[in-house]
Design a protein around this ligand. Structure first.
Ligand code: PEP
Ligand code: MN
Length: 265
């Protein structure tokens, strides 16, 4: 894992290395869907890390809330078959334990957890003494103190490898974006936490496929250290976030269409 990360700008934000590309389905749904998506992503040769939601923080009850721990077995298989590290969202101490037990390389804290200091503290307590990398999404509301506070809680638990994910901010009545990017806020976070890698999640900012390319380009123009983009072998029939997911093949085209900031070593 360290070897894969060390080839990317994520491990060295000041460098000219290539941005870290994380991709995979919004949710692991079935073993077939998880493996087919992950194998197709590996085949593109453009992805550094695989993602999938195992426990899904859905806004309304009654929708698909994640396949749960058995999905970790499928992800572990994807990791073995592709040689790529895996990342999942964790929201409780038990989820941290389960994810680590099944070999998850990188944990991320979701936007709905970052807003809640009790949740972040529970996650941080479960991470004490663990050597792992933790990515922290911005809170759903545009409150930088909560974002900084979550970073501090995780760091105080002894985690030294921490990164940020910008996924946009919710605002009532916003129609262009699912979550408004408010680019000045992550820029301010970079100023507050110099040297901390930040990646962009164009999928949750856009909420739709047609603006994914331009949002990704904006992030690269702003010198982000990576992108996390949701992919699915059959996006229209995804059990969550169907409108914003793209196929692994389309991801490869999107990445080919980006004007990279510099020549990557
Ligand atoms: C996700 O990454 O699928 C997710 C639920 O993201 P967020 O926490 O940004 O809403
Ligand atoms: Mn999603």
């Amino acid at each position: 894992m360290e070897q894969i990360l060390s080839k990317t700008k994520f491990s060295d934000p000041a460098s000219d290395k290539k941005p870290l590309i994380i991709s995979g389905p919004c949710s692991a749904e079935t073993e077939e869907q998880t493996l087919a998506t992950c194998l197709a992503l590996a085949k593109t040769g453009k992805v550094d890390m695989l993602r999938a939601g195992i426990w899904k923080p859905r806004t309304r009850p009654g929708s698909f809330e994640g396949i749960g721990t058995k999905g970790l077995v499928w992800l572990q298989k994807a990791k073995e078959l592709t040689g790529l590290p895996i990342t999942v969202e964790v929201a409780t101490g038990k989820q941290v334990e389960d994810a680590l037990h099944f070999g998850v390389d990188v944990l991320w804290i979701g936007a709905r957890s970052t807003v809640n200091p009790f949740s972040v503290q529970e996650i941080a307590d479960a991470l004490r003494g663990v050597d792992t990398t933790v990515l922290i999404k911005n809170p759903i509301n545009p409150d930088l103190e909560l974002w900084v506070g979550a970073v501090e809680r995780v760091q105080r638990a002894g985690i030294t490898k921490v990164g940020l994910i910008h996924r946009g901010f919710s605002s009532y009545g916003n129609t262009e974006y699912r979550n408004a990017p408010m680019w000045h806020l992550p820029i301010e976070m970079k100023r507050r936490l110099p040297g901390m890698p930040i990646i962009c999640d164009p999928s949750h900012i856009s909420g739709r496929r047609d603006i994914l390319q331009e949002v990704s380009q904006e992030a690269i123009d702003l010198d982000y250290d990576g992108l996390m983009i949701e992919t699915h072998v059959d996006p229209d029939h995804a059990w969550s976030d169907a409108k914003q997911q793209i196929t692994p093949e389309r991801l490869a085209e999107l990445l080919d269409g980006i004007q990279w900031r510099r020549e990557h070593s």
